[in-house]
Design a protein around this ligand. Structure first.
Ligand code: ADP
Length: 258
């Protein structure tokens, strides 16, 4: 149940908002956001949208196999692109691919406002928002502007990543945003030849200890798998692939989404 702050306003047509965040970049936050949105849509048959609020490093266009400027309605609203039945909006559609985003705070805030209020989503049961890593202005601005149902934090099991996750958990607690739990990405590597599991980035015990200390639930464990990376690079989220070995490896995404 979302708690409304005085200045918060619902995004027209959007029922619930779920934030996907991380302490650090490169831990697989956007990959999880995409696959989680698709997993929720598949399991619940609800209408789900995806907002890429990672304005400095938008990767949703590539992960969802989408590009190009969005069309604009008569009311001057952007029409989201759509693939795999998910409507998507990203700063990546508005800037040149590969161009660096060198913006001062005010420009970042303007971009966030545009992404929040200038998109015609139609009717959505759920909007999944891929946040930038860390605990900065974008996170604060989104939580202050719109009522949020909760957040999911993606991390790898290294100590150095977990320290920043703790900051994220504390930030959401302060802002009264429920933390639904932590997704442990790249939790282990499973040898394709012999099936032996290696915890490359740290043992599960670390994340369990962390979860106990911060009273956070561990929602799922996703292995480090070459197909996740390869498919993502070609704009095919692993949960929609028809390749059975990748599908098997991605079953944890579906578990997370339940
Ligand atoms: P972030 O959003 O945290 O910066 P991304 O989702 O963009 O991270 O992922 C960073 C890179 O890691 C991408 O190339 C992605 O395909 C890859 N990746 C993410 N999760 C996995 C995984 N479980 N196994 C293999 N590669 C992964």
């Amino acid at each position: 149940m979302e708690r409304s702050l005085p200045k918060q306003k619902a995004i027209p047509g959007v029922d619930k908002i779920l934030l996907v965040s991380s302490g650090k970049g490169g831990v697989g936050k956007s990959t999880v956001a995409v696959n989680m949105a698709l997993g929720i849509k598949e399991l619940t048959k609800k209408s789900v949208g995806l907002l890429d609020a990672d304005v400095f490093g938008p990767s949703i266009p590539k992960l969802m196999g989408l590009h190009g400027k969005p069309d604009i309605t008569k009311e001057n609203m952007m029409i989201p692109h759509e693939n795999y039945g998910i409507k998507c909006m990203s700063m990546g559609f508005l800037i040149k691919e590969g161009a660096p985003v060198v913006w001062r705070g005010l420009m970042v805030m303007q971009a966030v406002q545009q992404l929040l209020w200038k998109v015609d989503w139609g009717e959505l049961d759920l909007l999944v928002v891929d946040l930038p890593p860390g605990t900065g202005d974008v996170q604060l601005s989104i939580v202050q502007n719109v009522p949020v149902s909760g957040s999911v934090i993606v991390t790898t099991p290294q100590d150095i990543a977990l320290i920043d996750v703790r900051r994220g958990v504390e930030m959401f607690k302060k802002l009264n945003v429920p933390v639904f739990g932590v997704v442990q990405n790249m939790s282990h590597f499973c040898c394709p030849k012999c099936g032996h599991e290696t915890s490359i980035f740290g043992q599960d015990s670390k994340i369990k200890k962390f979860a106990t200390a911060t009273i956070t639930e561990i929602l799922g464990r996703i292995p480090l798998h070459e197909n996740i990376c390869e498919l993502s690079d070609s704009g095919i989220p692993v949960v929609v692939t028809t390749d059975s070995s990748s599908k098997q490896q991605s079953s944890s995404f579906f578990e997370i989404s339940q």
